[in-house]
Design a protein around this ligand. Structure first.
Ligand code: ZN
Ligand code: ZN
Length: 286
């Protein structure tokens, strides 16, 4: 079984009720954070985990809303890991990730210096291992395998989706993308597909062109549902809502997805949790 928790269901627009894009995936004794949006660590605490408990950080792309709290995560993991020989955090992302991580450490260079000078048991800066990939298997440890494939979020490029497999259960995390054959392939037969979505019908009515521009490179609810249908996934999990649904409006979103995909559809607020069981026999967390 794989457990998926929507830590942050928001978007670049600050929202009182929604943290920035982040999803927690627990498989066996491994914990993966997928993207690292605004406020992610408060939601991780609410979900019963922490920066120091992460097995790896997976980044779908380098848009600000998906990496906003990277510095906070890296520094917090560093100062809250108390063992003598801290395990480096694996960070898997598209090309460009190493540069972003390096620049983040540079931005926090003063902080890192203060803490090393102050604490006798902090002798080295935070340790990470960055792996940049666009395709293929990127993880194979303790029964968990992770595969990536390119997505299409142009002009943002390169961008990737992840497929996490554990004990015959599988979850695909599409990130921000329009429908594309490589995502269809990655999601084929998966137990669940976590997909970021926008309401094209609403966003197209915005008076500002800059807002309407986001239609260029995101899937609508219907397009995400079409992808789920083509790939034959068991559960479609929607997140990264634009505009954010107000309380009571979730059914409208669900109906749009249900017009194209007739299996289980999940959406909700931050901390919404879905259990993905082996094969297609899938059901939500009780
Ligand atoms: Zn994006
Ligand atoms: Zn985004």
């Amino acid at each position: 079984m794989i457990e998926v928790t929507l830590l942050g269901t928001g978007s670049p627009v600050p929202d009182a009720r929604r943290a920035g894009p982040s999803t927690l995936v627990r498989a066996g004794d491994q914990t993966f954070l997928v993207d690292c949006g605004r406020g992610v660590q408060q939601r991780m605490a609410a979900a019963g985990t922490s920066a120091s408990a992460l097995t790896a950080l997976l980044l779908t792309h380098l848009h600000s809303d998906h990496i906003a709290d990277l510095g906070d995560l890296l520094i917090t993991r560093w100062i809250t890991t108390f063992g003598p020989d801290p395990h480096p955090l694996s960070i898997i992302g598209p090309p460009g990730t190493a540069e972003v991580v390096e620049a983040t450490f540079k931005a926090f260079g003063h902080d890192i210096g203060y803490r090393i000078a102050h604490h006798d048991d902090l002798n080295a800066p935070p340790q990470v291992r960055v792996h940049e990939h666009t395709d293929g298997e990127v993880w194979n440890h303790g029964g968990v395998t992770i595969r990536v494939a390119p997505t299409d979020h142009r002009p943002v490029t390169p961008t990737i989706g992840f497929r996490v497999e554990f004990a015959d259960a599988s979850v695909v995390l599409a990130g921000d993308t329009v429908p594309c054959p490589s995502l269809d392939g990655l999601a084929q037969g998966a137990g669940a597909l976590v997909h970021t979505v926008i309401r094209r019908d609403l966003v197209e009515q915005a008076p500002m062109q800059r807002i309407r521009d986001i239609c260029d490179y995101h899937s609508s609810v219907e397009e995400a549902a079409d992808t789920a249908e083509r790939a034959g996934v068991g559960i479609l999990i929607l997140t990264h809502y634009v505009p954010a649904p107000q309380p009571g409006q979730e059914d409208e979103w669900r109906a749009l997805a249900a017009s194209r995909f007739d299996r289980q559809i999940e959406l909700g607020d931050d901390l919404h949790r879905v259990l993905v069981h082996p094969g297609m026999g899938v059901r939500p967390a009780g």
